[in-house]
Design a protein around this ligand. Structure first.
Ligand code: THU
Length: 122
């Protein structure tokens, strides 16, 4: 999943921040979905890589997200922002979604519940 996140980060559209991000999501079906960040001249409209990938997953019928890998070639370690943590939380299902990052060239796995202990859910 990190390899997919790395590859798709090359498609990032980040002319304003110059910060490229790629993400890969695993749905409950086991299928993988990728996404990259894409910015906008109207800066608040920027979409993060994770939410781009989650959009692909949900529009393919996924209701639960088992894992999310995130990678930026422009950072030592790239964690999901707070907004993306909350969006991942919406689709965590019965399991605690794994958040996969890379640190010092090694994969690192955290649980969503550690990164967002009191996520909002109706
Ligand atoms: N970004 C992501 O794609 N994911 C995150 O979790 C944090 C931030 C993007 C948004 C923006 O295009 C750039 O990184 C700098 O904030």
């Amino acid at each position: 999943m990190l390899e997919i996140a790395k590859n798709v980060s090359q498609n990032s559209y980040a002319p304003f921040s110059k910060f490229r991000v790629g993400a890969c999501v695993m749905g409950a079906s086991g299928n993988l979905y990728k996404g990259c960040n894409f910015e906008n001249s109207s800066l608040g409209l920027t979409i993060c890589a994770e939410r781009c990938a989650i959009g692909h997953a949900v529009s393919s019928g996924e209701k639960q997200i088992l894992a999310v890998a995130i990678y930026s070639p422009d950072s030592e370690e790239c964690y999901p922002c707070g907004a993306c943590r909350q969006v991942i939380c919406e689709f965590k299902g019965d399991t605690d979604t794994e958040i996969i990052t890379e640190k010092n060239g090694e994969p690192k796995v955290d649980k969503l519940s550690e990164l967002l202990p009191f996520g909002f859910k109706i």
